[in-house]
Ligand binder design. Structure first.
Ligand SMILES: NC(=O)C1=CN([C@@H]2O[C@H](COP(=O)(O)OP(=O)(O)OC[C@H]3O[C@@H](n4cnc5c(N)ncnc54)[C@H](O)[C@@H]3O)[C@@H](O)[C@H]2O)C=CC1
Ligand SMILES: O=C([O-])CC(=O)C(=O)O
Length: 326
């Protein structure tokens, strides 16, 4: 039996938490042979609800669930964790400006970044799900100077999975047959899902679809506004699909993506014209617990425009909270 791995989940009493924790405890994220100890962080007023979730986790009698810690203190939540899923964030409330939202989350993610810096395992893998995910991840990274910046990532996997399923529907081919999809930029409607390099059974997806108008006017808006469409239909934001994407992201990062391209928001190395340090969605391949950016892809004029647009939004978000860092 392997030694248990400590996994922190913030916002654990929320709706993504409810779709996430049971799957982590059943081994879907880190493997069916990997025991886990769950560190559950939520606000003081959510502790009773969190107790209820823990009772249900107990009642599943998961063989891999080696323990649970519930707390409202990030310093306790992140102690010795090797994986941290930062899901809890301040949602936008009525009348709240985008700037106020960034500010409120800035306060949360500076504190959590510092707590990770002070208490987490030195090789902790951090995934930020809470919106605005890329900027929150950037704030946490900047607040953790003793940790390797490359261990901070933002979730673009939901956009990636949404794009896969739209392409599968359009081509009539199975989702699993699609290779080499990329999603660039911010987790927001400005993200740029890019199937120019994608293949199905060795055939070019771009050639198969052969419809630039569909790409621009149907595919990109559908993927970009999918979160809003779910809220419209369900009355609640995506939770099960978001939790699933978080599981996919960490699973592949830790256990490898088997040569497949997957999308992660990672600090830019300056390639693709994205300034160094910007937390930007790019295609990666994961192996041996590391992600590696797919390099050398050609960026055409349409793609450049889309990639710069989503970059501009990220730069704007960053400018709004830059004062937190002097
Ligand atoms: N990156 C992505 O692809 C996606 C991101 N999201 C985002 O994920 C976040 C969570 O979504 P839901 O679970 O549906 O929201 P929710 O409102 O159901 O749950 C959020 C939980 O976080 C807790 N929380 C708030 N501030 C906290 C803090 N400082 N520390 C610890 N816990 C805190 C709340 O008490 C609540 O229990 C939202 O920001 C949402 O916009 C949602 C879907 C996709
Ligand atoms: O829009 C939201 O709040 C949830 C979200 O990020 C998504 O579904 O992509």
């Amino acid at each position: 039996m392997k030694a248990p791995v400590r996994v922190a989940v913030t916002g654990a009493a929320g709706q993504i938490g409810y779709s996430l924790l049971f799957r982590i405890a059943s081994g879907e994220m880190l493997g069916k042979d990997q025991p886990v100890i769950l560190h559950l962080l939520d606000l003081p007023q959510a502790q009773t609800a969190l107790k209820g979730v823990m009772m249900e986790l107990e009642d599943c009698a998961f063989p891999l669930l080696a323990g649970m810690v519930a707390t409202d203190d990030p310093n306790v939540a992140f102690k010795d964790v090797k994986v941290a899923l930062l899901v809890g964030a301040r949602p936008r409330s009525k009348g709240m400006e985008r700037k106020d939202l960034l500010e409120a989350n800035g306060a949360i993610f500076t504190v959590q970044g510092k707590a990770l810096n002070d208490h987490a395992a030195r090789d902790v893998k951090v995934l930020v799900v809470g919106n605005p995910a890329n900027t929150n991840a950037w704030i946490a990274m900047k607040s953790a100077p003793d940790l390797d910046p490359k261990n901070f990532t933002a979730m673009l996997r939901l956009d990636h999975n949404r794009a896969l399923s739209q392409i599968a529907a359009k081509t009539g081919k199975p989702v699993a047959s699609i290779e080499k999809l990329a999603v660039w930029g911010n987790h927001s409607p400005t993200m740029y899902a890019d199937y120019r390099f994608a293949t199905i059974d060795g055939q070019s997806v771009k050639t198969l679809i052969n419809d630039d108008v569909w790409n621009r006017d149907v595919f990109l808006p559908t993927v970009g506004k999918r979160g809003a469409a779910i809220i419209e239909a369900r009355g609640l934001s995506s939770a099960a699909s978001a939790a699933n994407a978080a599981i996919d992201h960490i699973h592949d990062w830790v256990l490898g993506s088997n040569g497949k391209w997957v999308t992660m928001g990672i600090p830019s190395d300056g390639s693709y014209g994205i300034p160094e340090g910007v937390m930007y969605g790019v295609p990666v391949v994961c192996e041996n617990g590391e992600y590696k950016r797919v390099e050398g892809l050609e960026i055409d004029a349409f793609s450049r425009e889309r990639m710069d647009l989503t970059l501009a939004e990220l730069e704007e978000e960053r400018a709004a909270i830059a004062h937190l860092f002097g």
